[in-house]
Design a protein around this ligand. Structure first.
Ligand code: DC
Length: 258
């Protein structure tokens, strides 16, 4: 029963722990100091992999904000919203949608309004249409509110996404900007695609990244940017383990000085 309950990280904070109270029933006690770590960076920089591993190493919750944008895009497509024209419906949908994360047997599952959309949100169609959600200020605001509320509920968190340190959690205790040169990023994307058996060439991936970089940096709200308060890590030529260790050391140093 307890294990089942604790799997629902959206409802039951990760940074709480169970202690017996006077009647020997287990109750949850919140830690005094919660810590927010953000990882911003461009497409293909390895943010998701690194954020997941870092969170696991530190015992923090992991928030994949790209998955939230994907879930809203999926829902809008599913319900027939005209993404090119109907910004009011996009805003309304983003404000009403419910997104939960569930750690199941096969890893992290994303639940959107009660439907498991973990696989559906990775489709090329969703990826192509995300820009209509990501460029819509009211939708971004709704996502920001959900992300902040989620962080408040779960406590210690590693939040990953293009605007996490710059807009959503500007006062986070540790803010990273993870980058890599564009060819390295394209190679990483290509190997992701190939492991998913998608037939795609290097030049196509490189061009796609170029386009996404431009769109991410030019977005009127929530644009990708490396601010002065972020610790920049260039992961070109570095493995995941090396990047995660460097980040974990920085987080531990900051935590010990708090
Ligand atoms: O990280 P990802 O590829 O799953 O993100 C999908 C899209 O969502 C990406 O093209 C840009 C958008 N996004 C965003 O605008 N802001 C975020 N915090 C996360 C993702």
């Amino acid at each position: 029963m307890w294990n089942e309950e604790l799997k629902f990280t959206a409802f039951f904070p990760h940074s709480t722990f169970l202690v017996p109270n006077s009647t020997f029933r287990l109750v949850r006690v919140r830690r005094l100091q919660d810590m927010i770590v953000t990882i911003d960076g461009p497409c293909g920089s390895g943010k998701s992999t690194v954020a997941r591993e870092l969170a696991e190493r530190l015992g923090f919750e992991y928030l994949d904000t790209g998955a939230m944008y994907r879930a809203v895009t999926w829902k809008a497509t599913e319900t027939g919203v005209d993404l090119e024209q109907d910004t009011d419906s996009i805003a309304e949908l983003a404000q009403k949608v419910r997104i939960d994360f569930y750690d199941g047997k096969n890893g992290r599952r994303i639940i959107c309004d009660g439907r498991d959309v973990t696989t559906a949100i990775r489709s090329p169609e969703v990826t192509r249409k995300i820009k209509y959600i990501a460029d819509e200020p009211a939708a971004r605001k709704a996502m920001m509110n959900l992300q902040r509320a989620h962080a408040k509920r779960v406590g210690d968190i590693v939040a990953e996404g293009r605007d996490q340190g710059s807009v959503v959690f500007p006062d986070a205790e540790v803010k990273f900007f993870l980058d890599a040169d564009i060819k390295t990023r394209a190679e990483r994307r290509l190997s992701d695609f190939r492991s998913g058996r998608l037939d795609i060439e290097f030049d196509e991936v490189l061009e796609d990244i170029r386009q996404r970089d431009m769109a991410d940096r030019a977005r009127p709200v929530g644009a990708l940017r490396c601010t002065e308060s972020m610790k920049k890590i260039d992961s070109t030529g570095m493995g995941v383990e090396e990047v995660v260790s460097e980040m974990a050391n920085i987080v531990r140093q900051v935590a010990s000085s708090c």
